[in-house]
Design a protein. Structure first.
Ligand code: ASP
Length: 309
């Protein structure tokens, strides 16, 4: 049987056992398991890696625990501006959206951009027109509202800074979501989705929708989805850096991921993590923060879900 598998993340940051309640921990573990099962079920039926990453990310977007879709963090102006991207490792086609509002499942819109438009990235409120034309579900602002996020914003405004959702207050551990997968045909895909940073302003866009920074997939090398302080991942061209180390430097998946997270990012004080998979079904979940919501299931490994370092 051909190998296949999926790896997901629900954000990296200041996530420690000391700041977690047993109930919250259970809710996160169950949510991660559900997303893995959803993506794995697609792969098991010989579905494509693209369908698997889209369905796993969509599942996480619908769970308010995570900073993507419902549960997205708020901007300084009390809006929800979401970023997402998806990439096909077989064709190197990609789709992305930045700073979009009222889109129920940003990952779906990113995929529609990839498959139904002549562009790679759409930004801002005009992207809604494209969404409507392609029957992508639109939601009211109320749909995205969660009290936790609102309180988080008010506290962030007091400090005058923008924060990674899970780093604002230690008791809050919520994050960007992503998935990478290998299907039975040997094809890779990656997808990432986020509300960005609490209290962001001026149309700030992070690494998540930038192909090569937050997301990258290439059958020759690997599929990668990143999470953490986006500015550093942009400067490190993080996801593509992992791929390039493998393609041009002959590194293994593990060596490339570790070099990026523990060396290149560290050198510029960048914090966060990534998930990666290659066509041998090797996986990696490196991070340099206290924790990262993460998990995987492959055709030869039982499901594993983890939160802390
Ligand atoms: N990387 C995301 C951003 O900077 C945030 C995150 O991963 O939580 O927008």
């Amino acid at each position: 049987m051909k190998k296949f598998g999926i790896v997901i993340h629900g954000g990296a940051g200041t996530i420690t056992k000391a700041t977690m309640t047993p109930e919250k921990e259970k809710a996160y573990m169950e949510a991660l398991e559900k997303a893995i099962e959803t993506g794995y079920a697609v792969l098991e039926k010989n579905g494509s890696s693209l369908d698997a990453v889209e369905s796993a990310v969509l599942c996480l977007e619908n769970i308010p625990l995570f900073n993507a879709g419902k549960g997205a963090v708020l901007t300084h102006d009390k809006k929800y501006e979401m970023d997402a991207s998806i990439m096909n490792g077989k064709t190197l086609e990609a789709g992305a959206i930045a700073g979009v509002r009222n889109i129920k499942n940003p990952v779906k819109l990113a995929r529609a951009v990839m498959e139904k438009s002549e562009f790679v990235m759409l930004a801002g409120t005009d992207a809604q027109e494209f969404a409507k034309a392609n029957n992508i579900e639109i939601e009211s602002d109320e749909y995205f509202y969660t009290k936790e996020r609102y309180d988080q914003l008010l506290k962030a405004i007091e400090t005058g800074r923008s924060f990674l959702d899970h780093t604002v207050f230690e008791e809050k551990k919520l994050g960007t979501v992503g998935a990478v997968a290998l299907d039975m045909n040997g094809d890779l895909a990656a997808a990432t989705s986020t509300g960005g940073m609490t209290n962001k302003r001026y149309g700030r866009v992070g690494d998540t929708p930038l192909i090569g920074s937050g997301t990258y997939a290439n059958n020759k090398t690997c599929a990668v989805s990143c999470t953490g302080s986006g500015e550093y991942f942009i400067r490190a061209v993080a996801a593509y850096d992992v791929s390039a180390q493998i393609e041009y430097g002959g590194k293994s998946l593990r060596e490339a991921c570790e070099a990026l997270i523990h060396k290149r990012l560290k050198d510029i004080n960048g914090d966060g993590g990534l998930i990666a998979i290659n066509t041998n079904c090797e996986i990696d979940m490196s991070f340099n923060s206290e924790g990262m919501y993460r998990g995987y299931r492959t055709s030869d490994k039982e499901m594993e879900v983890k939160i802390y370092g």
